[in-house]
Design a protein around this ligand. Structure first.
Ligand SMILES: [Zn+2]
Ligand SMILES: [Zn+2]
Length: 240
């Protein structure tokens, strides 16, 4: 009888837990550990920063830390350096997609932490402005994921946010799924620096979420560099 009561209590406890506790947005397991919010510790532990030698310009994984990748040797980008926190895969990819399209806005704090970690560990520099890569205006969403992250970074790192100067002046097809050539063509004339004097001689931290072929970051860096700004780019993740 005692055993039965015990089992009964356990069942009630489990039901209570599943009613009052939240679940991990990725794997669905209950969030029971202290400090767990939105995502469980096990899922979080799967997000690992890039721990391999990278091209000193674009951040691509290379064999020798002191080398540049072939692409940067042939056509050096206009940014001084680009770094990504991790590879665009697995849990991090799911998180980014949840944030961008599932619009779980609360994830911004968690994601911002990864940017801050890489800035503190690998970028030893003071910046005049943070500039988020601008989103398409026509997408009719009042939620701009990269801007949300940039706002947090600006507050936490005490770097002024400069929004609206680097701007998108026409809508473009989503870059995902396009070939490298089409990506380039898609972005031709899409961005503009409205007031070049604001960024002239300034150190800029350019922020985006995903670096695939780097076309967007390179295009924005090119425009900012033309305005005589010094650009360091940072993304949350990059494809191999
Ligand atoms: Zn989980
Ligand atoms: Zn490179």
């Amino acid at each position: 009888m005692k055993k039965l009561v015990g089992i009964f209590k356990q069942v009630i406890k489990t039901i209570q837990l599943s009613i009052f506790l939240s679940r991990c947005k990725l794997c669905g397991s209950l969030l029971v550990l202290e400090g767990e919010e939105l995502i469980c510790s096990e899922c979080k532990a799967e997000i690992m920063p890039v721990d391999a030698p990278v091209c000193k310009l674009c951040g691509r994984i290379v064999e020798n830390r002191h080398r540049m990748c072939g692409e940067c040797i042939v056509k050096p980008p206009r940014f001084k350096k680009h770094l990504s926190y991790a590879i665009y895969d697995g849990v991090l990819k799911d998180l980014i997609l949840l944030f961008k399209y599932g619009e779980i806005k609360k994830l911004k704090k968690l994601l911002a932490r990864y940017y801050i970690e890489i800035i503190e560990k690998r970028i030893n520099e003071r910046f005049d402005f943070i500039i988020p890569v601008p989103a398409d205006k026509s997408r009719k969403r009042d939620f701009s994921p990269v801007y949300e992250i940039a706002k947090i970074l600006s507050r936490r790192l005490s770097i002024p946010l400069l929004r609206g100067n680097l701007t998108k002046i026409r809508t473009t097809e989503p870059q995902a799924g396009l070939s490298r050539y089409k990506r380039l063509k898609n972005l031709n004339g899409a961005f503009k620096v409205k007031d070049p004097t604001r960024v002239k001689g300034k150190k800029i931290l350019l922020i985006d979420d995903v670096y695939t072929t780097g076309t967007t970051i390179k295009k924005c860096s090119e425009l900012l560099a033309k305005a005589k700004a010094d650009v360091t780019a940072l993304t949350l993740s990059r494809s191999m």
